[in-house]
Ligand binder design. Structure first.
Ligand code: TXA
Ligand code: MG
Length: 339
C-alpha cells in the first residue's frame, strides 16, 4: 500500500524516517516529483529501479539539502563551485567525478566513475533532505518511459502500490526536469536541456559549444552518453503529432496561444504564449489529454507549434521524445515503451 503524507512537520519527519529505513518515498521538488530512496544502499536503489521498471544502465541523480553536502560526494572544480553558487538551490544537475570516499552506491551511478548531484529549491524538499541526512537518489516518479509527474495524483496514477509513500507538496512550480550539465570532460556539455536555459548558464561560465551541446535523440541513442535521454521517453500512450497546423476530429489538442477551433478536447499550455506557464503546465497537460482522450476514444494528440528558444528548447526536447517511435533496448524488460 502507498501512504499519502502531507507537507506538515510531523509527516515530513515520518517521511524522513521511512527513507532512512530504506523505504521508497516520492516527494515534490520545484521541477517534478522524484521517487526517493537513500542513495547509499544498493538494495534500496535496486527497489527504485524495480518500481519504475527502469533499465539499470540509466544512472540516478542524488539530492542534497545544501551545496556543501552535494559537493562533499564529488571532486568539485572552480567551475562547479561557481555554478553551484549561482544556481543552487535550483533546477540544475551537475555531473562530476565521484569522490573516492563518496557514500553513493555504484548502482545509483550505473557503475560510472561520475555522479549526478543536485540541490532542489523546494523548501519542503530541502527540509526533508535535511532530516534524512543522507544522499537521496530520486529519479522522476513515473514508470520508466512515461510522462513525468508534477502532482501527487500523477505519482499515484503511475506507481500506486509499488512505492511506500508520497509526500503531497501540491503542483510543481517549474514543471520541467532540471538541466543536466556534464562537467567531467574538457568542456561543459549539456546532456539534458531543462529549467536553467543555455543563456543563463553562459552568463555564469561563458560561451560553450551549443551545437554539440545537445545531442539529437538519434545521436544520443547511438552513444548513450546520458542514458536517460533515449529518444523515446516522456511518452503518453496516445501518439503525438508535432507542429500541427490543424486538429483532426479524432485528436486531442495540446494548444499554445489561440487553440484551433473544433478540437474535441483541449489543454492550453498558455493562452498568452508565456513559456514559463507552458513549462509548468506541460506534463499535467499530457497526463490529462492522454487519460481523458483515451476515455473519449480519441486516437492521438495534435501539438501546436511553439518557439524552441530559451525554455522552449527544453519543452520541445520533451515533446520530441514523447513523439518519437517507441524503442526497445537490449536487456530491458519493458512491456511497452522503453524509457
Ligand atoms: O528535475 C530533476 O532532475 C528530477 C527531480 C526529481 O530532481 N529528476 C530527474 O531524474 O529528472 P531522472 O532520473 O528522471 O533523470 C536523470 C537524468 C537521466 O537522463 C540520467 O541518464 C542522467 O540524469 N544522469 C544521471 N547520472 C548521470 C551520470 N553519472 N552521467 C550522465 N548522465 C547521468
Ligand atoms: Mg525521468
Amino acid at each position: 500500500m502507498t501512504r499519502l503524507l502531507q507537507a506538515r512537520r510531523s509527516d515530513i519527519t515520518e517521511a524522513a524516517q521511512m527513507l532512512r529505513d530504506g523505504r521508497l518515498v516520492a516527494f515534490g521538488t520545484e521541477t517534478v516529483y522524484g521517487l526517493g530512496g537513500i542513495a547509499t544502499s544498493a538494495e534500496t536503489v535496486a527497489r527504485i529501479f524495480a518500481a519504475k521498471n527502469r533499465p539499470v544502465f540509466n544512472p540516478l541523480i542524488s539530492h542534497f539539502p545544501t551545496i556543501e553536502a552535494a559537493l562533499h560526494e564529488v571532486i568539485a572544480s572552480p567551475i562547479s563551485q561557481r555554478l553551484a553558487e549561482a544556481f543552487w538551490p535550483g533546477p540544475l544537475t551537475l555531473i562530476l567525478p565521484r569522490h573516492a570516499d563518496s557514500r553513493i552506491c555504484d548502482l545509483a551511478c550505473a557503475g560510472l566513475a561520475s555522479v549526478a548531484v543536485r540541490v532542489p529549491a523546494h523548501p519542503v524538499a530541502r527540509a526533508l533532505l535535511q532530516e534524512v541526512g543522507l544522499p537521496v537518489a530520486a529519479p522522476s516518479a513515473n514508470p520508466s518511459g512515461r510522462v513525468s509527474p508534477t502532482s501527487a495524483a500523477h505519482v499515484l496514477a503511475g506507481l500506486e502500490g509499488r512505492i511506500d509513500a508520497v509526500l503531497d507538496m501540491g503542483d510543481c512550480p517549474v514543471g520541467l526536469e532540471s538541466t543536466v550539465l556534464d562537467l567531467t570532460g574538457a568542456h561543459p556539455v549539456i546532456l539534458r536541456p531543462g529549467a536553467i536555459t543555455n543563456d543563463a548558464l553562459e552568463r555564469v561560465i561563458g560561451p560553450f559549444a551549443r551545437r554539440e551541446a545537445v545531442p539529437s535523440p538519434e545521436e544520443n541513442d547511438a552513444v548513450l552518453r546520458s542514458p536517460g535521454l533515449m529518444s523515446s521517453h516522456y511518452a503518453p500512450s496516445l501518439p503525438l503529432r508535432l507542429n500541427a497546423q490543424d486538429c483532426h476530429e479524432n485528436e486531442a489538442l495540446l494548444a499554445f496561444g489561440t487553440p484551433f477551433p473544433d478540437a474535441p478536447l483541449i489543454w492550453n499550455l498558455s493562452a498568452s504564449g508565456d513559456m514559463v506557464e507552458a513549462a509548468a503546465r506541460l506534463y499535467a497537460g499530457l497526463h490529462f489529454l492522454d487519460k481523458t482522450g483515451c476515455a473519449q476514444g480519441l486516437e492521438g494528440i495534435a501539438v501546436m507549434k511553439m518557439s524552441e528558444h530559451g525554455l522552449g528548447q527544453a519543452i520541445m526536447d520533451r515533446l520530441k521524445r514523447a513523439a518519437a517511435p517507441r524503442t526497445r533496448h537490449p536487456g530491458h524488460d519493458a512491456s511497452e515503451s522503453l524509457t
